[in-house]
Design a binder for this molecule. Structure first.
Ligand code: HEC
Ligand code: HEC
Length: 439
């Protein structure tokens, strides 16, 4: 249980109590409206296939405020000061090429895209991906959408910058197992790659150490991955209409999703962790999944992530960050691991969540219905011992569970267009090196 949340809960309760009083006239209005509406759902309590069009929620001020916090979208760009390649066209281009190229891996067969497929919202559809030795890795492959927005990277937050994280799959022998000497040769031998690398990193790979080139390649990959921003969704249109001050009645947003949204920001307490435009506040919690995996091992989660980021030479306080003076440098120095970090994982963002099953850090929930079933009736044993105070049985009706799922599905939009945008953009900036030389 996080201390900061415990502190934060009291003002929240006070505000909620205040708003509840203020909202009484609104509630009366809502009731009048519900009673006046014809039973268009055939008497199924609003949960039939023909859900009552007129009975959309009328939001209280507190609800409206909570909903508005999940936007606007797309987000304001956060500059990655620790990565000099971030924001450079040449780096995005080279990074996109390398992302899909198995040539980086030791056996020439694994690329980043082997696990992060653009057609699967940059994840892989497996509970846990297979390592090069044919055994499953420890954790589920997350989507890469909006990954440039995270403060901590990885399920355990074991890295404090995108490029430092990318060193892991790139160099880890179980994933791509790249060798620094090979990376140096790859960046040097091909004139076009060498040109794009220089335009990205300001150093010639031919005269850099192999280790420096490995870090350069990670920065170039991060410069590409950090630009993956998920598309706007029907939720965003609805949210923006509410932000403009209307009742959003004109927006084509399913009534079931609206009811699910009310559960998300109310009875379900989901918004307390899945908050902000990404539907994650970026911190770490233990939501009471079983500690032991199928193979009997325990994943220490954030507890080990803190140790990892503190000892990482590539962290923001280390000699290889390009942010020599930034405030973020200091943050890692203040990190301390404690018992409450044990088994905690970063709250995942929920944008594009419909396309990234299976769920949770170990891929143990097959679909969204399984995730909702977990929150509806969490493991009582775990809650009794070291459970998270925010997680408690919700006792939703089957109709409410469907509504919550309907809402979660509106956080996704089709992304085929997005994948082809990436290709088109690549063509557009193809000219940088062959013609113009390093910029
Ligand atoms: C064998 C499958 C596999 C390959 C290959 C792979 N990844 Fe991953 N990726 C994963 C898994 C599993 C995780 C979660 C690891 C963790 O948090 O412990 C992950 C996590 C990430 C994250 C962190 C996401 C987040 O939300 O914090 C980034 C960024 C990332 N990968 C980028 C890459 C890049 C770039 C490459 C190529 C250099 C790559 N991955 C190659 C499986 C893979
Ligand atoms: C106490 C904070 C907290 C609350 C409250 C919370 N979540 Fe989560 N949620 C998390 C964490 C942490 C994870 C990752 C847990 C893991 O992998 O072990 C997660 C995972 C998820 C996932 C899986 C995402 C993925 O990519 O694997 C979904 C979907 C989700 N939550 C939806 C909800 C909904 C719906 C609610 C409300 C009923 C809710 N959450 C309430 C913290 C929270």
């Amino acid at each position: 249980m996080s201390v900061s949340l415990r502190r934060r809960r009291r003002p929240w309760l006070a505000i909620a109590a205040g708003v509840a009083l203020a909202a009484i006239p609104v509630l009366v209005d809502t009731l009048a409206l519900v009673q006046a509406a014809p039973p268009a759902d055939g008497g199924q309590g609003g949960y039939g296939p023909q859900a009552v069009k007129d009975v959309r929620p009328i939001w209280s001020e507190a609800e409206r405020r909570r909903i508005l916090k999940h936007g606007p979208w797309p987000p304001v760009n956060i500059p990655d000061l620790g990565n000099r390649a971030a924001g450079r066209h040449a780096a995005r281009r080279l990074g996109a090429e390398l992302f899909f190229d198995p040539v980086l891996s030791a056996n020439g067969r694994v690329s980043c895209a082997s696990c992060h497929h653009p057609g699967r919202d940059w994840s892989d559809g497996q509970a846990r991906p297979l390592a090069r030795d044919g055994r499953p890795l420890d954790r589920n492959t997350p989507s890469l959408w909006n990954v440039g927005q995270h403060r901590w990277l990885g399920w355990d937050g074991g890295s404090d910058s995108l490029w430092a994280f990318v060193m892991r799959p790139l160099m880890d022998s179980r994933e791509m197992g790249a060798r620094p000497e090979d990376l140096k040769r790859l960046m040097t031998d091909d004139p076009r790659r060498r040109c794009l690398y220089r335009a990205s990193i300001d150093e010639d790979p031919a005269t850099s150490s192999p280790e420096a080139v490995a870090r350069g390649v990670a920065k170039v990959l991060a410069a590409f991955v950090g630009t993956l921003i998920s598309p706007r969704t029907s939720f965003d249109a609805y949210r923006d209409a509410l932000a403009r001050g209307g009742d959003a009645a004109g927006v084509d947003y399913p009534v079931a999703a609206q009811r699910g949204l009310r559960i998300f920001v109310g009875q379900g307490r989901c918004h307390l962790c899945h908050s902000g435009p990404m539907f994650s506040h970026g911190e770490f919690h233990d939501i009471g999944r079983p500690h032991r995996r199928a193979d009997g091992r325990v994943d220490p989660g954030r507890h080990a992530g803190i140790a990892r980021v503190r000892s990482d030479r590539n962290n923001r306080a280390g000699p290889h960050s390009d942010d020599r003076a930034g405030a973020a440098r200091a943050a890692v120095g203040f990190l301390r691991s404690s018992h409450r970090n044990w088994g905690a994982f970063r709250v995942p963002g929920l944008r594009q969540v419909a396309g990234t099953a299976p769920y949770f850090h170990d891929g143990s929930a097959a679909g969204l219905a399984d995730v909702i079933a977990h929150y509806d009736l969490p493991d009582a044993e775990r809650l009794h011992t070291e459970g998270e105070a925010l997680i408690a049985a919700l006792n939703l009706t089957p109709g409410q569970r469907d509504d919550l799922e309907a809402f979660l599905r509106t956080l996704s939009a089709p992304t085929n267009a997005q994948a082809s945008t990436i290709r088109l953009e690549n063509q557009a900036i193809d000219a940088i090196c062959p013609s113009a030389g390093p910029n």
